[in-house]
Design a protein around this ligand. Sequence first.
Ligand code: SF4
Length: 144
Amino acid sequence: MTMNLKDLSRSLWVFHLNTGSCNGCDIEIVAALTPRYDVERFGMKLVGTPRHADILLVTGPVSRDMEKKVKRIYEQVPDPKVVLVVGNCGNTGGVFYESYNLVGPVDRIIPVDVYVPGCPPRPEAIIDGVVRAWKRLEELGGKK
Ligand code: SF4
């Protein structure tokens, strides 16, 4: 079944967490949200607290000082929830792989549902990841 963001009947709320990114991925996320790509027109929006989110979007490898915070924020997102990791650093450690101050890629700390590779990924790839995350959310019984 082909799905796209226009099929969303309700807004998809996303909490964005930077666990140690260089900000390159974060800039591409901003590009996806702002008028050039404008995913907000489909109802997707960033929210200011994980307690209101459907999707936890993570950028960056997990630095030591972020480990406990990542776990706590993951627990604060209500079920059903989906974790979407954007960028090579969060997926594998990327250019920071095996750095002394990292505890690893995101899936060593919390479960990850959707991976978007790239350094940084283009906005189109991020939007594709959001659609995959939305499909996963539906499988879990979340927003339709
Ligand atoms: S994947 Fe590339 S752009 Fe994204 S946080 Fe890592 S180094 Fe920066």
